[in-house]
Write a new protein. Structure first.
Length: 683
């Protein structure tokens, strides 16, 4: 992103030399292999923006087979018992978090989402709570418990089961008797949710129950009426958890209807404690497909890892047998999620007791297509000026999902120049109301800072914020959610590399972008003059030692302008390059290329004005065409580490756009942020 004044719109007469052929690159082309689907549960669920998790017991974390499966297969964790009331507050006011912390810290270190289970439940309740006889005392105790436990894990929990199993079985559709119901009446659930929202406004708040999967059951209808009432009155509820402890037949035939009807109330639905007696592959597949068919079904949690870990161990209800081997139900689930089961290693037929291989000739529906179509949101994020920041535009966003939140960094532009801003939120519907934290108030400092990129360096356990100054600069932070935790700027280079100085012409050195593979880290940058540069350093030396700067790609000035993004495509050896161009109509759009190596050459994918990666002519605007520019942004990633991995389908791209009628000083253009969602995904 150019630090100086630039034209916001350029006309066709300027662009008569623009070419849209393959990029000129300094090395021979490297063929990229076909993309493949993911071969683990969590990775495949992430392709559709969902999670696939499991319940975890702290006492089993010393079991290598158990943790091996946990780390390989699941991207979400629910403590099985460690966050329940008897475990966290066994005596009044005396809180113990050791076992819960063990699970939470381990999940956070491995980038797994964390669900909180559970705050208010009539079972596993210490005797001192059950013996309370005064309503005011119980109300105070309940509120204090919710607040204390949620504060302990604030910012780390994606969703909380705030109230668990409050409805009675049978045909009444009413609340079950409990100390909470008996003393506080029907209002105790609402009180719990309001207290929870105050304790952690960012966490999703769920009501969780069993036997609410059949739409026609009175218990299901009772929960539905409560959620409908809560939404109508503004009681904070974000999701409904359906436990899904099924018999051998699996889910009821109307299970998807149940999910859809709850979702239609404006809440997410989650399958929170799935297990199925005897683990029928068909029953598991039907359950997963029902979730996949409902857009607001955001994730699935199985209640345990191996059959021997299950509370229903004699029924063998899980996806892994007692030895930790995948059962046929595992393949059924992975396939229903859209993945491809990995073939077992070759061995004699008599020893082949393991998972069957994928069907011969199975094709991958998730390969990157050669043409794209998108749907755009309306404006999601606009400037929020304050007494010292008179902001005209917000632009150049970078975004990661971490611990159940979107974390967005962006440039803010005004007549006085550029700096950076940070905001976070749990859902795109909350993006517009999120607090803006201006990073010139931190050690990053004032002065020109722009075009950020954020990622987590897994080995160093540090977040990196890369941005342009008059150099390629970065800051680090151990906690992405703490805007005051960023270090002062450091530079990747002592000065501009000679090859850039020799080729930049009247352009500007802009838009630094870092991505790493297992051996090296690469720093890409642009010059507004048709050149894409690449430097590299050994992965173990990062962030130091960037040398060997070369021209990675080149084209005419406006065909290869700026704002490059480079990503690893999940489950493949393929990389995707996006570069912003300026079209013959003067509007911004994106071209794309692929490569089998970060150091290799780039082959055109969707790389022309007539077949762009993203341009106004392949984007629909259901909320109204608020922009004709599809400009500097970033893909929603499948992870958040330095490999910059994205899914291969159902892509989303956070971008900057602006009122088509706007003009004038480039620094004062009214850029806003919106979200593209791929509409021609093949998986």
């Amino acid at each position: 992103m150019n630090p100086l004044k630039r034209l916001g719109r350029r006309r066709a007469s300027v662009l008569s030399l623009l070419a849209v052929g393959a990029l000129v690159t300094p090395v021979a082309a490297t063929a990229a292999p076909d993309a493949v689907r993911a071969s683990t549960l969590g990775a495949q669920a992430a392709q559709s923006g969902r999670y696939f998790g499991t319940a975890v017991a702290a006492g089993r974390l010393g079991d290598g087979t158990y943790t091996g499966i946990l780390d390989r297969e699941f991207n979400s964790v629910t403590p099985e018992n460690e966050m329940k009331w008897d475990a966290t507050e066994p005596s009044r006011g005396q809180f113990t978090f050791g076992a819960a912390d063990q699970i939470a810290n381990r999940a956070q270190a491995r980038g797994q989402r964390l669900r909180g289970h559970t705050l208010v439940w009539h079972s596993q309740l210490p005797g001192w709570v059950s013996s309370i006889r005064d309503a005011n005392t119980l109300r105070g105790v309940m509120n204090n418990h919710i607040t204390t436990v949620m504060n302990r894990y604030k910012g780390r929990i994606h969703s909380w089961d705030v109230v668990n199993e409050a409805f009675a079985d049978g045909g009444s559709g009413q609340h079950r008797p409990s100390v909470f119901q008996n003393l506080l009446g029907d209002g105790f659930i609402e009180q719990a949710f309001r207290t929870a929202r105050s304790a952690d406004p960012a966490a999703k708040l769920c009501y969780n129950d069993y036997n609410i999967e059949n739409w026609s059951d009175a218990k299901t209808q009772g929960v539905y009426r409560m959620v409908r009432d809560f939404k109508a009155r503004g009681v904070p509820i974000d999701c409904v958890g359906l436990q899904a402890h099924f018999g051998t037949g699996g889910p009821p035939s109307n299970f998807q209807t149940t999910l859809s009807n709850f979702a239609a109330l404006g809440v997410d639905v989650q399958i929170t404690e799935l297990d199925i007696a005897q683990a029928s592959p068909t029953a598991y597949a039907n359950t997963v497909r029902a979730c996949m068919n409902v857009a607001r079904c955001t994730g699935i949690t199985v209640w345990g890892i191996r059959d021997s870990d299950s509370w229903r161990a004699t029924e063998n209800p899980l996806l892994f047998d007692r030895g930790g081997n995948k059962k046929p139900a595992y393949n059924a689930v992975l396939t229903a999620l859209g993945g491809t089961p990995a073939a077992p290693a070759a061995r004699p037929p008599t020893a082949n007791r393991g998972t069957p291989a994928a069907p011969r000739g199975a094709t991958d529906a998730a390969a990157l297509p050669s043409r794209y179509s998108w749907s755009s949101s309306g404006t999601l994020i606009a400037p929020k000026p304050d007494a010292t920041h008179n902001i005209a535009g917000i632009k150049d966003p970078t975004v990661v999902q971490y611990n159940g939140k979107y974390h967005v960094f962006a440039s803010v532009a005004s007549s006085s120049g550029y700096n950076l801003v940070y905001l976070n939120f749990t859902d795109w519907s909350q993006a517009g109301s999120a607090t803006h934290h201006y990073l010139d108030r931190t050690a990053i400092g004032s002065g020109y800072r722009a075009a950020p990129q954020v990622f987590y360096h897994a080995q160093q356990r540090l977040w990196y914020l890369v941005y342009q100054t008059s150099n390629a600069s970065f800051s680090t932070n151990p906690d992405i959610s703490n805007p005051n935790g960023w270090s002062a700027p450091r530079n990747f280079y002592a000065s501009m590399p000679d090859i850039i100085r020799q080729n930049i012409g009247n352009g500007h050195w802009v838009d630094m972008w870092v991505i790493c593979d297992s051996a090296n880290c690469y720093l890409f940058s642009s010059d507004d003059n048709g050149h894409l540069y690449r430097s590299q350093t050994a992965a173990g030396q990062f962030p130091n030692g960037f040398t060997n700067t070369v021209i990675a790609a080149q084209d005419s000035k406006y065909a290869l302008f700026e704002a490059s993004n480079v990503y690893k495509v999940h489950g493949t050896n393929q990389y995707l390059l996006l570069v912003e161009a300026i079209g013959s109509d003067g509007r911004r759009y994106f071209r794309s290329w692929t490569s089998g190596s970060l150091a290799g050459s780039w082959t055109p994918l969707a790389a022309s004005e007539s077949n762009p990666f993203a341009r106004a002519n392949n984007v629909t605007f259901p909320s109204g065409a608020w922009t004709r520019d599809i400009s500097h942004g970033e893909m929603i990633r499948a992870g958040y580490d330095q490999t910059l991995t994205i899914p291969s389908c159902r892509l989303q791209y956070l971008y900057q756009g602006m009122n088509p009628n706007a003009g004038g000083d480039y620094n004062l253009l009214p850029w806003r942020l919106g979200l593209l969602t791929q509409t021609n995904s093949t998986c």
